[in-house]
Design a protein around this ligand. Structure first.
Ligand code: UT7
Length: 331
C-alpha cells in the first residue's frame, strides 16, 4: 500500500464588506498613505462592523464558501480546527460553535492559538491525523477578528491589522501530494513584544486595565520586525535545504502577510523571483491566522496540481515555522 499523505482538496474564504482605507485612517490617527504603503505595503483592510458578531461569523462564512464550492457534505467532516488568536469568548472553543453552525454535526472541534503561526500549527495537527489514517476529512479554518483588540487611537498598530477568514479541507492522498515537510518553532521569551496584556488569566480585564488601554494589542514593532525577518527567512531556507530544493523547483512562496518588507526579505533569502511570491497584504492587511488560507483562496485559480509551495509564518509568542506542501488539484 502506498504511503498516505495529507492534501488540501478545497479552499474557501470570507472577508467583511467594510473597507478601512489608508485615507480613512488618516482621519483617525496621525499617519498618511505614503508612510503606511512604503513601510508595510498595506492599502486597505476589511473590518467586521456588525455588533454581536465575532470571529465565528468569519469562520462560518469561509467554511460555507468551501462547502458550496466543493459540494462537500458537512456531515462527512470528522474534525474542525479553528486557528485563531481572537476566539469568540473565553472557556468556549469557537470551533465547536462553528462546526454546529455549518452542519458538521458528526465532527469534534477545537481551537489552536499560536498567534500569526496558528494556521501552520493547525495544518501540522490536521496532517498528522490524516497521515496516521485516523480521519479522512478535516476542516482547518484560519479566522481572526483583529479589530476586536485594536486601539484605533494607536497609529503603531491600527494601520496593520484587518479581519478575515480562510478555510481548507484536508484529505488523504496516495499520489505523494500534500504536506511534505514541516519545521515549526517557538520561543516564549518573546511574548512581551506582541500581546494583549489584559485578556486572560494572568491579567484579567479590569477597569484599571481598560483605563491603561491594556485590553488592546501592544506591539514593539522594531523588535518583532527584526525577529520576523530573521526567522521566517531562516526556516524557509532550511526547508529548501532539507528537501534538496533549488529556487527553480519552487513554484510559490506563501508567506504570512504581516509586512511587505518581511515577505520580500524572506523571498530574497531563497532567491525567489517576485512572480512566485503570493501577495494580498495590500487588500487585507495582517489578518493573523487567516493570511495563509486567504492567499490560497486568492491564488487558487493559478495553482496547478504538483505545484511546490513553501509556507512561512512568524507571530506573537514568539512562534514561527515553515511548511512544504505539494498542491493536489487543478481548479
Ligand atoms: O504578524 C505578527 C508579526 N508582526 C509583524 O511582523 C510586524 C513587524 N513590524 C513591522 O511591520 C514594523 O515595525 C511596523 C510597520 C509596525 C513599523 O515600521 P517601522 O519601520 O519599524 O517603524 P518604526 O516603528 O521604527 O517607526 C518609525 C517612525 C517613528 O517616528 P520617529 O521616532 O522616527 O520620529 C514612529 O513614531 O515612524 C513613526 N510612526 C508612524 N508614522 C506615521 C509609527 N507608526 C506610524 C504611522 N504613521 N502609522
Amino acid at each position: 500500500m502506498s504511503k498516505i499523505s495529507a492534501a488540501i482538496t478545497a479552499v474557501g474564504k470570507y472577508v467583511p464588506e467594510y473597507v478601512l482605507t489608508n485615507q480613512i485612517l488618516e482621519t483617525l490617527v496621525d499617519t498618511n498613505d505614503e508612510w503606511i504603503t512604503s513601510r508595510t505595503g498595506i492599502k486597505e483592510r476589511r473590518i467586521l462592523k456588525e455588533k454581536g458578531k465575532g470571529t465565528s461569523f468569519l469562520a462560518i462564512e469561509a467554511a460555507k464558501d468551501l462547502i458550496n464550492k466543493s459540494n462537500l457534505n458537512p456531515k462527512e467532516i470528522e474534525l474542525v480546527i479553528v486557528a485563531t488568536a481572537t476566539r469568540d469568548m473565553q472557556a468556549s472553543a469557537t470551533a465547536v460553535y462553528v462546526a454546529s453552525q455549518i452542519g458538521a454535526t458528526n465532527a469534534f472541534a477545537y481551537d489552536i492559538d499560536a498567534a500569526c503561526s496558528s494556521f501552520l500549527y493547525a495544518v501540522s495537527t490536521a496532517a498528522s491525523f490524516i497521515e496516521a489514517g485516523k480521519y479522512k476529512k478535516i476542516l482547518v479554518i484560519g479566522a481572526d477578528m483583529n479589530s476586536s483588540m485594536i486601539d484605533y487611537t494607536d497609529r503603531a498598530t491600527c494601520i496593520i491589522f484587518g479581519d478575515g477568514a480562510g478555510a481548507v479541507l484536508f484529505e488523504p492522498n496516495e499520489e505523494g501530494l500534500g504536506l511534505q515537510d514541516e519545521y515549526l518553532r517557538s520561543d516564549g521569551t518573546g511574548r512581551d513584544f506582541l500581546r494583549v496584556k489584559a485578556s486572560g488569566s494572568m491579567y484579567p480585564v479590569t477597569k484599571e486595565a481598560i483605563d491603561k488601554r491594556e485590553n488592546f494589542v501592544f506591539q514593539d514593532g522594531k523588535t518583532v520586525f527584526k525577529n520576523a525577518v530573521f526567522n521566517m527567512a531562516d526556516v524557509s531556507e532550511k526547508m529548501l535545504e532539507r528537501n534538496n530544493l533549488t529556487k527553480e523547483d519552487i513554484n510559490w512562496l506563501a508567506a504570512h502577510q504581516a509586512n511587505k518588507r518581511i515577505i520580500e526579505a524572506t523571498a530574497n533569502r531563497i532567491n525567489l523571483d517576485s512572480s512566485k511570491v503570493m501577495m494580498n497584504i495590500q487588500k487585507y492587511g495582517n489578518t493573523t491566522s487567516a493570511t495563509l488560507p486567504l492567499l490560497l483562496a486568492d491564488y487558487e485559480q493559478q495553482l496547478k496540481k504538483g505545484d511546490k509551495i513553501i509556507f512561512a509564518a512568524f507571530g506573537g509568542g514568539f512562534t514561527w515555522g515553515s511548511i512544504y506542501l505539494k498542491w493536489a488539484y487543478n481548479s
